[in-house]
Design a protein around this ligand. Structure first.
Ligand code: DNO
Length: 348
């Protein structure tokens, strides 16, 4: 019997969703969280990490996955204080492993984390969801706005400078800097027995003229080849990679699962529109463009024993909250994933 390690993202004490609520979602055994009040690049205080863990555990939940330890832009650009920030990153891996963390999710997306054109697009059934309409994103000026996943501390001028720096770095430059970072941190992850799972770029194509590289099978192969060890792995996010129809998600689950490189799975569905834009949908296969049952079947067959979580949910039943991270639709997602998994287990 493979016991699914079902987790749920929790934004710490500031989250409007409580640990009491999370504890009551069937099958959820742990939360995925982070220390949120430390600037990227710095070391997380031991007391903050311990305090977070104590809080989580006092509610009968585990804290074995951290999402994310952010990678400072100086590391991605290999400039300024990158050496110091990499040392700090290593120290964070050590400190987190010391309290029992087994998996760290991070990303290497220049400047912007996930990007959407609207966070509350009304859908037919009266719910609302995050959407990415290409024509609207083309009109967005990132120096004049911010999204919840983005670092809002830049002035418009700093933002413009950063974007220019990435434009001149280009894709190959970014690969080099990622390789350097990986060669530095993975030995520490191995020593601490922590799995590092990179999150793919969301969406998986360049935005605002800056490169994005963790986007498809070919690039993921190249990424995994940077260090041949299972501690160097993936947070396989179906909704991010799935926006490109060329990405065959069940195939990727099978391939990377068999290679023992998936340490964390983010499960959600998206509906791809005619021009390649997409809307986030309910988790069910019939709600979107991905066949979630096939995705889970492929993962199950590999004997997957890593961590999993439902990903973004829509806002339903009048809920208001952090875009993508309300309680209800994500809880339904968890129940759905658990249902499929139990069926797979029992029909083995
Ligand atoms: C979006 C999330 C991402 C993810 C980071 C990981 O909701 O999946 O923001 O946490 O990219 O570093």
């Amino acid at each position: 019997m493979i016991c699914l390690k079902m987790t749920f993202r929790w934004y710490g004490m500031e989250d409007s969703i409580t640990l009491e609520q999370i504890r009551q979602i069937p099958g959820v055994s742990g939360v995925v969280t982070a220390v949120y009040d430390v600037e990227p690049g710095n070391v997380w205080p031991r007391e903050s990490i311990q305090c977070l863990k104590d809080e989580v555990e006092s509610h009968g939940l585990k804290m074995e996955v951290i999402e994310s330890v952010p990678v400072h832009e100086d590391i991605k650009l290999r400039r300024g204080r990158y050496k110091e920030y990499i040392e700090n990153y290593k120290e964070n891996i050590r400190r987190l492993s010391a309290v029992g963390v087994k998996c760290i999710c991070y990303n290497f997306m220049p400047v912007f984390d996930w990007t959407r054109s609207r966070l509350d697009q009304p859908l037919e059934d009266g719910s609302n969801a995050l959407v990415y309409y290409k024509k609207d994103v083309d009109k967005m000026d990132p120096t004049k706005m911010t999204l919840p996943g983005w670092d809002a501390s830049y002035t418009p001028r700093e933002m413009a400078e950063l974007i220019d720096a990435y434009k001149s770095l280009g894709e190959e430059g970014l690969w080099k800097n990622l390789e350097y970072f990986i060669q530095e941190i993975i030995p520490v992850a191995i020593e601490c027995d922590v799995n590092m799972g990179i999150h793919p770029d969301d969406p998986p194509w360049p935005i605002f003229g800056i490169p994005r590289i963790i986007t498809n099978e070919k690039n993921i192969d190249r990424f995994l080849d940077l260090y041949n060890d299972s501690h160097h792995g993936l947070t396989l996010c179906t909704g991010s990679l799935g926006c490109l129809t060329d990405n065959d998600i069940p195939k990727m689950m099978k391939k990377y699962g068999e290679q023992n490189r998936i340490c964390f799975a983010h499960i959600r569905n998206i509906k791809i529109l005619e021009d390649g834009s997409f809307e986030e949908s309910g988790h069910l296969s019939e709600n979107g463009s991905l066949d979630i049952a096939e995705v889970l079947k492929a993962l199950h067959r590999t004997g997957f024993d890593g961590y999993i979580r439902p990903d973004h949910g829509r806002m339903i039943w009048g809920e208001q909250g952090k875009p993508g991270y309300g309680l209800y639709d994500r809880a339904l997602g968890a129940a759905y994933i658990n249902g499929i998994w139990e069926t797979l287990e029992k029909s083995r």
